[in-house]
Design a binder for this molecule. Sequence first.
Ligand code: LMR
Length: 331
Amino acid sequence: MRFTTLAVAAVAFAFALTAQAQQPIIIKFSHVVAIDTPKGKAAEYFKKLAEERTKGRVKVELYPNSALFKDGEEMEALQLGSVQMLAPSLAKFGPLGVREFEVFDLPYMFDDYSELHKVTQGPVGAALFKKLESKGIVGLAYWDNGFKVMSANKPIRVPADYKGLKMRIQSSKVLGDEIKALGGIPQVMAFSEVYQALQTGVVDGTENPPSNFYTQKMQEVQKYLALTDHGYLGYAVIANKKFWDGLPADIRTALDSAMKDATKFANDIAKKENDDSIEAVRKTGKTEIITLTPEQKAAMKKALVVVHKENESRVGKDTIAEVYKATGFAP
Ligand code: LMR
């Protein structure tokens, strides 16, 4: 009798162990934008590839639209292990103490995606990721979004038009200086709060790539959108280092290959997604799209490039110099 009880217990224990061994590894991947954006779509694609290539041993749970954590919360959640992956915009690493990432926010630094890729896919991109390690974070990839537009409820063409406008920005000192250089008043705010802040007049305007503007329905609350292309917004896909390093080697290899392909996907779709969003906004008839004349563009550039020098000590003279070298930018 006693033997039977022991045998049953042993079998039950073995079953429990097997069941535990078969439990998938869960990756919670949180982000703040809509599903139908370059980042939202790339995250979905990563999930699909990751689950396929690990044959179900990994399950990626996506939390888009700030559903789990919003800006200002998500970095800490990653460090604490409440989520395993994020893809914050490159403008959001300052509060973490890695200010060099704000080099991507310097106005007019990149003329196009190919210039940008010389940085994200070159030694500067790798060196920036290295700086995350002491924060318990591993950098996995850079995903593109696009070049930013400005929006407001009055026509904005030249710097004088921004005077006194309260403009929502991400948590980047460089972006704050950019708005100040135009005579505006920068206001740092989480992405999830922007629509309502525009609707209620807490802020007058904002900047973002068109895909974010359109998918957050900002055309309902902004009458003018200026195609300024004054700066770039993209992402660092990052993971909790302890979690990532602790994964079985074969799983990490499969996830690395899923990330490589998801990155190509993200960077292939980003430009078209943004071009399509401009047309979609135009079609709504709610927001007037302003194309700047060459003279207006020159005036914006002249007013904004001062931000580079102002932020030399914050971002790092060497980092800025290396990016200038890679892109050919001449201040
Ligand atoms: C923003 O806060 O404006 C953007 O960083 C949102 C995003 O992730 O694209």
